[in-house]
Ligand binder design. Structure first.
Ligand code: HEM
Length: 217
């Protein structure tokens, strides 16, 4: 098992496969997170959301889920870092032939940049809601306080837009890496990837926009 893991991490395709699998699992987390967060809009007092957050906080399996999430993020970022370095080194050794940019999109060209912006957003987000959680009585009130400020809402908009651009390329790229490439199914998978990016981006964007504009009392 250990030698299989070492061989996988050392091979180029193994690193990409790990990056794809952890990325897909993180997309799954984002859907669950968004679905739970949307209870914030269920009532004006934030009671439904606070009840939902309390249910999560009191679950004895939470440390296990959080540990799994940390591993997913670390493996995803670690593999992305190593694949990027590897690609850079490969480009250096290539002959000076004009590279084809066929099929490249804003999403694919900016994966590293959007990845760094998402990481910065995530650190900010976890400082607010995880590291300071002992001083938070109500998560709903904490969301309102954070996103009512122009700086808070602005940082969330930038982080979520970066996430959207990252996701617009991520799903189809993961499918390709995992070998799910087929003339008939690839166009469908591309549309599914775009739909995932649009749903998650608009869903998460609704928080900074509606809270900042006062749409949520
Ligand atoms: C913009 C809307 C968002 C709101 C209002 C929000 C709110 C929250 C809150 C209140 C918590 C702590 C309580 C809980 O675990 O549910 C939390 C945790 C977390 N959020 Fe968000 N979030 C948002 C977007 C995001 C995005 C876009 C990401 C990922 C890029 C993300 C990643 C996380 C992670 C990793 C945790 C820690 C989970 C845990 O330790 O259990 N959140 N969020």
């Amino acid at each position: 098992m250990l030698s299989w893991l070492i061989r996988t991490v050392q091979s180029s395709i193994g690193k990409k496969a790990l990056m794809s699998l952890t990325g897909l699992a993180l997309i799954g987390f984002l859907f669950v997170h968004l679905a739970g967060n949307l209870t914030y809009f269920a009532d004006s007092s934030g009671e439904t959301f606070d009840h939902y957050a309390e249910t999560i906080e009191s679950n004895p399996l939470l440390p296990l889920a959080e540990g799994g999430l940390i591993v997913l993020f670390l493996v995803h970022i670690g593999m992305a870092f190593r694949v990027t370095l590897q690609n850079k080194a490969a480009r250096k050794h290539r002959y000076a032939v004009a590279a084809s940019h066929g099929g490249r999109t804003a999403g694919s060209r900016t994966m590293v940049l959007t990845g760094i912006l998402i990481l910065a957003f995530l650190i900010l987000h976890l400082i607010h809601f995880r590291l300071q959680k002992d001083s938070i009585d109500s998560f709903a009130a904490a969301i309102k306080m954070e996103l009512s400020k122009p700086l808070g809402a602005g940082a969330y908009v930038i982080g979520i837009l970066a996430l959207g651009i990252h996701l617009s390329h991520a799903f189809k790229s993961a499918m390709q890496t995992l070998g799910l490439n087929h003339p008939k199914y690839t166009p469908i998978l591309e549309k599914v990837g775009l739909l995932i990016a649009v749903v998650l981006t608009l869903g998460f964007l609704s928080f900074p926009i509606l809270v900042f504009m006062g749409g949520k009392a």
